[in-house]
Design a protein around this ligand. Structure first.
Ligand code: MN
Length: 486
């Protein structure tokens, strides 16, 4: 051990503490990745003037560790900027660390090139494209850890860059974390980005929150005390009870839904009890409703009907008796762990297969990930199986501005034109694929840049029905032909 660099030594102590069953071989691999990346980044500084490797790569590796990942992704995290920012090549990484780690670093480097252009219309396609490029869910997780650390150190960047990164994080990264059930990470990303993305809205939201928190402080303390006594008497043990304050961004979204009428928001502060079992959750709910009158219509059973991302808990808002309404949340330790770490904690999470009422439409593509789950796997093994090739029947095509449009395989220029806009579809006469003019029926391939060429005289005809395959294009063409013939 004495030959180890002092810094890598303290990093390895943390790894050993957190992964007590790690093998010497893996520990050695992590040590090598540490020393290699440190050397590759030597002399480089971060925007805050401190050494790049220690101030960025190491914290990203610790985030990945916190998300429940192990050796390959920890190594990839230490090395994640070597291809992008140093003279290291993919081949260097393969030779030194093997195919898997090289693949993960290469993947995260590719994701670094995807930028959100500001067009909300195609943002869902961009999220899918992100997962498609990653090819492996672990690469997405690594990118989220990287982005989280960039947001944590955003204060050192110039204002324009802060704004761009913040908006992109809210539009792309936070929703992806949400699809993976990483609820804690979603609010971390959003809350770090919010003040830079929408400064005025942030200030307004924050001042409402601070006022409300101050006003209900005494009430919350009293309920907390009474609840401890009640639950102890009924359950014969003292559950862990804490207060959770809603994230600033999430409170802001709710303010918008309620048209800034903050008196209609009851869950700014929630008191959360963690009890030992599901039957105890329902017992605790009974105890609470016996003591405090519940607000009608505010009882939510996310145990029987989990949220689409897998979240489970019982929620109820109660009248405090002194003019306040306070939300109480009840859950088991497994549900709590899932809320913190999402799918990464699924391996010791037994209740996920009871989920009902899942919103299949909007979550279909991440639901497919979940079908692969196998309770005998550790989180890392589980993720390593999540190749994202469920997009193999989709293609991702770019507009000249860089927006992403996702289409089924064998889609044509005409399908693309209708996907961009119906009016553009109806006036399309051809398209430039990577600058070269092609006929409307030409089939597209992933990552091509397509510009539609329009012509005032062009219009849909019967022939067009044979040139496209998407429902959107076909139904718009039929609609046009029907109107014309009547
Ligand atoms: Mn980075």
């Amino acid at each position: 051990m004495d030959k180890w660099d002092a810094n890598s030594n303290s990093f390895l102590i943390i790894i050993k503490e957190r992964l007590p069953r790690i093998t010497d071989k893996n520990l050695h691999l992590i040590q090598n990745a540490y020393e290699y990346a440190k050397l590759a980044h030597s002399g480089q500084l971060r925007a805050n003037g401190k050494p790049y490797f220690e101030e960025h790569c190491v914290p990203v590796a610790l985030h990945v560790l916190n998300f429940g990942m192990n050796t390959p992704l920890i190594c990839a995290a230490l090395l994640h900027d070597t291809i992008e920012d140093t003279s290291t090549t993919v081949k260097n990484l393969k030779d030194n660390f093997g195919e898997e780690i090289a693949f993960l670093v290469e993947g995260v480097s590719k994701l670094g090139k995807i930028k959100y252009s500001g067009n909300e219309y195609h943002v869902e396609s961009l999220r899918k494209f992100f997962v498609f490029v990653a090819q492996d869910v672990r690469v997405v997780i690594l990118k989220l850890a990287d982005r989280l650390h960039n947001l944590e150190t955003l204060q050192y960047l110039p204002a324009e860059k802060q704004h761009r990164i913040a908006i992109e994080s809210i539009m792309i990264h936070a929703p992806l974390a949400s699809r993976m059930g990483m609820g804690k990470l979603v609010s971390k990303i959003n809350d770090l980005a919010f003040p830079y993305a929408y400064p005025q809205e942030y200030k307004k939201t924050r001042s409402i929150m601070d006022e409300l928190i101050k006003n209900s402080d005494e009430t919350v303390k009293k309920i907390h005390r009474d609840l401890s006594v009640d639950l102890y008497n009924d359950l014969n043990y003292l559950p862990k009870i804490d207060n959770r304050i809603k994230g600033t961004y999430s409170f802001y979204k709710k303010l918008i839904r309620k048209k800034w009428n903050y008196k209609e928001i009851y869950d700014l502060i929630a008191i959360r009890a963690i009890v030992q079992s599901i039957p105890d959750c329902y017992r605790a709910l009974g105890v609470i409703h016996h003591h405090w009158r519940p607000v009608p219509g505010r009882i939510k059973d996310y145990i029987a009907i989990p949220k689409p991302n897998g979240y489970q808990s019982l929620h109820s808002a109660v009248f405090s008796g002194d003019g306040h309404i306070i939300e109480i949340q009840i859950r088991t330790p497994e549900m709590h762990q899932f809320d913190e770490y999402g799918l990464a904690s699924h391996h010791n999470y037994k209740h996920i297969d009871t989920q009902k009422g899942t919103d299949k439409e909007s979550f279909a593509w991440i639901e497919q990930l979940r079908e692969l789950q196998n309770s005998n796997l550790t989180a890392s093994e589980y993720y390593s199986q999540l190749k994202t090739d469920f997009f193999e029947d989709r293609i991702f095509v770019f507009t000249p501005k860089g927006d992403v449009v996702d289409l089924p395989v064998r889609a044509s220029i005409l399908d693309f034109a209708y996907a961009v806009h119906t009016e553009i579809g109806e006036r399309a006469s051809g398209g430039r694929i990577n600058g070269k003019f092609m006929a409307l029926k030409t089939q597209l391939k992933s990552e091509q840049i397509v510009e539609i060429v329009t012509n005032k005289k062009a219009h849909p005809s019967d022939k067009w029905l044979g040139m496209c395959i998407t429902n959107n294009a076909l139904s718009n063409i039929r609609k046009y032909l029907k109107i014309k013939s009547t």
